[in-house]
Design a protein around this ligand. Structure first.
Ligand code: 3PG
Length: 207
C-alpha cells in the first residue's frame, strides 16, 4: 500500500498515546467498537513500540501506523515493531533523504509552502498538515490548493468534533487526525464506552 491508500481508508485517523501497554488493546478496541479501522500510535512514550506490536498482532483488522517519527532511526523502529505506515510532525532534508532507504510508507508533516516544496522535492505528495489550527487551518489549506493542486493532506492539531466537517469539505483534504477521540483522562479512568461514543459521534460527522 502507498501513503495515499492509508489516507483513504477512513475520514478519521485517531492519534493515540500509550501510557500503559496493558490497556492498549482496550483502547484500540474502544475505538474499533466506534467504527475505527486505522489508527496512529505516537512514539512519545516508551510503551509505543510494544503497543504497535501488540495491537497489530491481536487486532489484525485494524491498520496500525506509527506517529511522531522524528528521524530515520525511529522510522526503522516503527517498521520493526509492525507499523504499516508512519507519520512525522515535520520534515527536514536529512530525514527526507534517509527515509527513502526504509521500506515503510511515510506521511510527512508540513505547515508552510516552503516545507511543502521540500516534501515535493523528495516525492512526498501525501502529507500531514500540522499543527493545523495553529498554522492557519482551513484558510491556509484553501490557499495551498492553487499552487499545490496535486497534494493531499491529513490535517491534525486542533481538530475536534466542532471542525471535522468543515475540514473534510476541502478538496485537498482526504482525512483528519487527532487525539480528541481518546482524551488522556478517559484512558486513565478506563472509560472505554465514552471513547466509543466520541468515536461514533465523530464518524457520524463525516457522512
Ligand atoms: C498529532 O501528533 O497529530 C497531534 O498531537 C494531534 O493533535 P491534537 O492533540 O490537537 O489532536
Amino acid at each position: 500500500m502507498q501513503a495515499r491508500d492509508f489516507l483513504q481508508i477512513s475520514k478519521i485517523i485517531p492519534v493515540i498515546t500509550i501510557y500503559d501497554v496493558k490497556t492498549s488493546i482496550d483502547l484500540a478496541q474502544a475505538l474499533a467498537n466506534g467504527g475505527i479501522k486505522i489508527l496512529e500510535i505516537t512514539l512519545r512514550t516508551k510503551e509505543a513500540l510494544e503497543a504497535i506490536n501488540l495491537i497489530s498482532k491481536e487486532m489484525p483488522d485494524i491498520i496500525v501506523g506509527a506517529g511522531t517519527i522524528l528521524n530515520a532511526k525511529m522510522l526503522e523502529q516503527a517498521k520493526n515493531a509492525g507499523a504499516k505506515f508512519a507519520i512525522s510532525p515535520g520534515l527536514n532534508a536529512i530525514f527526507a533523504k534517509e527515509s527513502k532507504t526504509i521500506d515503510l510508507p511515510l506521511i510527512p508533516g508540513v505547515a508552510t509552502a516552503g516545507e511543502l516544496m521540500l516534501a515535493l522535492e523528495f516525492g512526498f505528495e501525501n502529507l500531514k498538515f500540522f499543527p493545523a489550527e495553529a498554522s492557519g487551518g482551513i484558510p491556509m489549506l484553501k490557499s495551498l490548493l492553487a499552487p499545490f493542486n496535486k497534494v493531499k493532506f491529513c490535517p491534525t492539531g486542533g481538530i475536534s468534533l466542532g471542525n471535522i466537517k468543515e475540514y473534510l469539505t476541502l478538496e485537498n483534504v482526504l482525512c483528519v487526525g487527532g487525539s480528541w477521540l481518546s482524551p488522556k483522562e478517559l484512558i486513565f479512568d478506563k472509560q472505554w464506552d465514552k471513547i466509543t461514543k466520541i468515536t461514533q459521534e465523530s464518524l457520524a460527522k463525516t457522512l
